[in-house]
Design a protein around this ligand. Structure first.
Ligand code: HEC
Ligand code: HEC
Ligand code: HEC
Ligand code: HEC
Length: 497
């Protein structure tokens, strides 16, 4: 209760009326016991059955002759990783190995207790037993298999391992060892291996856990949803930028264009494309999740909270009294008393999308801008309705999906040019006060990606630009911890990877 009282005091940004309405919703939420179970978990799996939807586990990849070869040289950075040591490299260096283990820790226990998730006998459910947590902290295909099957638990303990990204290997494990450059692409499609070589698909795969995504019954994945209830219970907010996160992952692969003959290495300007595709895929994932959240408010068995606070700019509600208002609202045309919807820069700023019109048919970029504007108009109402929001979000996701494919396929120099234009426009036209913290961080990620590309193309790092950007991100005194973006730790040294 003291939370509630304390946080109501933060609610200066939104007008009192919606705040009261929403807070009274929170009261209702806390009473609901049904938050324990998830909507849209797909067909019930054959619990502990031999199939587990084709999960093989890391053991299937680790053989010395497969991906378990020595990785000493790649780990020391003297050579690039090649496929025979991918698994060894991953085991030694990848943060995803810890994903399940963190569910056994103190913070996870606190989150579960604050969420009030209890079983029938009143015992707090453990995070390692909750599909809600397992959905992102292990292979999602194993999340709903029930609590205690030893074989399933052993697989879950591998964390977010190979199949969480590449897809369950049951169907392709044997065949993929015989693929050649000519048969590979068809092989992926026929046997349902996730085509991670396609940057847009890859960004979408990461966004599944780092942004969230609806259930995928075909793969047996439950919904992955980091909502405000979980954040308020202590889960870190998901700060995601595809380019930054991919760069921070110790790559267990050798970055090549696997769609072309001979799989040539990616061009050095690749990083800017990664960033831009990532922004579009991020916005697309956010729209799909929003549509799903709106849909689930109607499900009697497991409704989702509505409106979902995690959809909105955090600082529009959470900020201290007295200081300047933390989110500019002039540009989005948002009315006082409402919160700004996800600022996923530049994709959710329709004006700025115009800079992408060189990448695909202009009409397409205009369609994206139109659907985003419509979505913002719908959700930034004082009391958005689930039905209208869902429809607008589905439309926007569809258009963003088209744009994502367009950007992933556009030729390198054009992507570089578009990104340069975007960054220049955002820094010269806009005074710093127009940037809320989230936007400033996203701009910073963009700069970092462009800088990595520039260095890759033979340029020298520009320390002054970074210093200026970092200055913009310095947070005023008294700001809450969740305003600090994950990517703020990037420094110039990391650019020379
Ligand atoms: C939508 C995906 C998703 C869901 C659902 C999810 N998590 Fe997480 N969790 C993450 C990601 C991603 C991170 C890493 C955060 C980062 O660095 O961006 C994380 C981090 C954590 C951490 C580590 C925090 C730290 O300080 O290192 C804990 C503990 C945790 N989650 C517990 C839980 C629990 C308990 C649940 C269920 C109530 C849960 N998670 C549900 C995605 C998820
Ligand atoms: C977090 C997601 C993720 C996880 C977990 C993951 N991978 Fe990957 N893997 C990728 C991405 C992204 C690529 C790049 C895809 C491409 O270029 O086609 C990749 C590429 C590869 C490649 C191609 C290497 C090359 O250069 O030819 C192999 C082999 C591989 N992974 C094996 C594994 C194995 C084995 C595991 C588990 C030990 C694993 N991966 C876990 C994301 C992941
Ligand atoms: C099945 C869910 C899942 C998928 C898919 C996934 N991740 Fe993660 N990722 C997590 C979780 C959970 C954590 C947090 C692990 C921990 O707390 O140590 C994490 C952590 C990370 C971290 C470390 C974050 C930090 O703050 O230290 C990076 C970087 C990362 N992921 C990048 C990626 C990239 C890039 C992809 C796609 C190629 C990807 N992830 C796909 C679930 C996932
Ligand atoms: C519409 C207003 C609103 C928005 C937007 C909002 N919150 Fe909240 N937040 C609240 C209210 C009200 C509470 C207290 C009730 C509760 O815990 O659910 C709260 C509680 C919290 C708490 C717990 C605070 C404590 O003192 O224990 C955290 C952490 C939090 N929010 C983080 C976030 C983050 C991160 C975002 C953005 C992703 C966000 N909030 C967006 C209204 C909002």
């Amino acid at each position: 209760m003291s939370w509630l009282v304390r946080t109501v005091l933060f609610l200066v940004g939104v007008g009192l009326a919606p705040a009261v309405m929403w807070v009274s919703d929170i009261g209702m939420r806390t009473d609901r016991s049904d938050v324990v179970e998830l909507a849209g978990a797909g067909p019930a799996p054959a619990t502990g059955g031999p199939d587990r939807r084709g999960t093989v586990g890391i053991g299937g990849c680790l053989a010395g002759g497969c991906h378990g070869g020595a990785a000493a040289a790649s780990l020391s950075g003297t050579v690039e990783v090649r496929w025979p040591s991918s698994a060894t490299h991953w085991l030694a260096a990848d943060p995803h190995t810890r994903a399940y283990a963190v569910l056994e820790g103190e913070l996870a226990a606190q989150i579960m207790s604050r969420l009030g998730m209890r079983d029938e006998s009143g015992r707090t459910i453990r995070a390692t037993e909750s599909a809600r947590c397992l959905a992102c902290h292990t292979n999602p295909a194993l999340a709903t298999d029930g609590p205690a099957q030893p074989t399933v638990r052993a697989l879950r303990e591998q964390g977010v391992s190979c199949e969480s990204c590449h897809g369950n290997a049951g169907r392709w494990l044997h065949d993929h060892t015989g693929w050649t450059a000519a048969t590979r692409t068809a092989g992926y499609a026929a046997l349902d291996m996730v085509p991670l070589y396609d940057l847009g698909e890859r960004a979408g795969a990461c966004a599944g856990c780092h942004v969230g995504t609806p259930a995928d019954p075909q793969r047996g994945y439950p919904v992955r949803d980091m909502n405000h209830d979980m954040i308020a219970a202590g889960h870190p907010r998901l700060n995601f930028d595809f380019a930054d996160f991919q760069h921070r992952l110790p790559a267990h692969w050798n970055e090549r264009d696997r769609t072309r003959d001979g799989s040539p290495p990616r061009d050095p300007g690749f990083e800017t494309r990664v960033w831009l595709v990532g922004r579009v895929a991020h916005a697309e994932a956010a729209c799909r999740l929003l549509a799903d959240r709106a849909d689930r408010t109607d499900y009697h068995s497991s409704p989702a909270p509505w409106p979902e606070f995690a959809e909105f700019s955090c600082v529009s509600c959470h900020h201290t009294h007295g200081g300047p208002f933390p989110t500019p609202n002039g540009e989005s045309g948002r009315r006082a008393g409402t919160s700004e919807w996800q600022p996923i820069w530049p994709v959710t700023r329709p004006d700025e999308l115009a800079h992408l019109s060189g990448l695909g048919p202009t009409s397409q970029v205009r369609d994206v801008a139109r659907t985003i504007t419509e979505l913002q108009r719908t959700i930034q109402k004082t009391r958005p309705t689930p039905k209208a929001t869902r429809d607008a979000a589905v439309e926007a996701a569809k258009m963003l999906g088209v744009l994502r494919a367009e950007v992933a396929a556009a030729d390198g120099p054009r992507v570089q040019e578009a990104v340069k234009e975007l960054l220049a426009a955002a820094t010269t036209r806009k005074p710093a006060r127009d940037l809320d913290r989230d936007l400033a961080c996203q701009l910073f990620h963009g700069f970092t990606a462009a800088e990595r590309a520039r260095v890759g193309l033979g340029g020298k790092p520009e320390a002054a630009v970074f210093d200026r950007m970092r200055d913009r991100l310095v947070l005023p005194r008294g700001t809450l911890r969740f305003d600090v973006p994950a990517g703020i730790g990037i420094d110039l040294k990391s650019l020379s990877r």
